[in-house]
Write a protein that binds this ligand. Structure first.
Ligand code: FEO
Length: 400
């Protein structure tokens, strides 16, 4: 049973989940994920969020061990999504007098999901301050980071920000719990970026707004509900989230293709070679039928250009490319330079569908579209490839 000390008053009682294959039954988590939960011990004892139901058979024991016979007075629900509220009913069954702290939207959702009685509710509004003895907890609403009810909690005595999904990432806590315990760039940065692109990036504007709202608040420790706790360098994760929310990107290109018999894959490689000749050094090419969109979206967020290619399929684009396009539409990446290519047997339907998608998604598409009927031989594509590569490389070099 891992109970770790954050300070004399604050304990970590979270859990690693390496059993779930797909987070939200959608996103691969080969390095697992942590559900972080905390207890503040004071004159009033406070549990900050719970963990996903069934992820930790020892969760209630951790609470009891940490409290050491004292009462549990409050349970703060920063975010109602069941990866954090899943053990709420179990906590309530063991501590029936506990007051559940949330805002009006939290309780609306809690009643819908769990049918909890209003007797247990302790309603707070944005900016509400609760005296718990030696400290005061302040609740700040940050809607849509990541659901409408989301809020964060500040322990004003120790300047600890319990931020729930914000400043979190995929990846279990395989050693310590703090940023200083890890080689962050190697062990967590790629998974944090992928988490942001998959889960949070749709809400970029809300993230920027939330960071602005918290900018005047002194924060010494950021304790999110997924991933490492930022004690040594909380400014680093604020900087990362600020940059991602502002769509800051590195110079580079992601080439993604859907290919049935290799012609579109061949064209993707030709495009990569031409861009390399133009001096582009960060080029990553994916077969969308092979690599989960989770990873592709992460690199689309990371770099300032992406190029989509498809074969024609049932008079449309390939269904795996259609899936990616739908995710791009949801993610709505800003400031990217885009290209389109493809092959077909007779009518170019795939490229037509990609072009229509790009128009509807208001993507900045560089001309010309590179297209071939049948095999993409040099006599069919060389001229358009060269023209496209020069224009695309120039665009992403200027788009920094
Ligand atoms: Fe980690 Fe939006 O829940």
């Amino acid at each position: 049973m891992r109970i770790a000390k954050i300070s004399e008053r604050i304990a970590y009682i979270g859990v690693n989940d390496r059993r779930t294959a797909l987070f939200e039954n959608n996103w691969p988590i080969p390095y697992g994920v942590s559900y972080n939960s905390y207890i503040i011990k004071d004159q009033k004892n406070v549990l900050i969020d719970t963990v996903e139901y069934g992820s930790d058979g020892e969760f209630l024991s951790k609470i009891a061990t940490t409290l050491n016979g004292a009462a549990l007075d409050y349970l703060v629900v920063n975010h109602m999504e069941p990866d954090h509220s899943g053990m709420l009913l179990s906590v309530l069954a063991k501590y029936p007098a506990v007051k559940i702290i949330g805002n009006a939207k939290t309780f609306e959702l809690l009643q819908k999901y769990y049918g909890i009685s209003q007797e247990n509710f302790f309603l707070v509004t944005d900016g509400y301050e609760l005296n718990i003895g030696s400290s005061v907890l302040k609740f700040v609403c940050v809607p849509w980071v990541h659901w409408p009810e989301t809020m964060v909690t500040l322990d004003l005595k120790e300047s600890v920000l319990f931020s729930c999904d914000a400043f979190g990432g995929y990846g279990s806590l395989d050693g310590g719990i703090f940023d200083s315990d890890y080689n962050f760039e190697e062990m967590f940065l790629p998974e944090m970026r992928r988490y942001y692109s998959n889960i949070v990036s749709k809400y970029n504007q809300m993230v920027t707004r939330a960071i602005g709202k918290l900018s005047g608040v002194p924060v010494k420790i950021i304790a999110p509900s997924h991933g490492v706790i930022w004690k040594e360098n909380p400014a680093k994760v604020i900087g990362l989230y600020s940059d991602w929310a502002a769509s800051k990107a590195e110079e580079g290109v992601v080439i993604v293709y859907a290919s049935m018999y290799g012609n579109t894959a061949n064209l993707a490689d030709q495009i990569g070679s031409k861009l390399s000749e133009q001096g582009i050094k960060n080029i990553r090419t994916y077969d969308v039928s092979r690599t989960h969109v989770s990873y592709i979206l992460s690199d689309i967020m990371r770099y300032n250009g992406f190029i989509l290619g498809t074969c024609a399929y049932n008079t449309y684009m390939h269904p795996m490319m259609e899936h990616l396009c739908n995710e791009i539409r949801i993610m709505s990446p800003k400031g990217k330079t885009t290209g389109i290519f493809g092959t077909s047997g007779w009518n170019g339907a795939g490229v037509k569908a990609l072009t229509q998608f790009a128009e509807e998604a208001k993507l900045n598409v560089i001309s010309p579209v590179v297209e071939a009927l049948g095999a993409p031989t040099p006599e069919k594509v060389e001229a358009s490839l060269q023209e496209f590569a020069v224009a695309f490389a120039k665009a992403i070099k200027n788009n920094m």
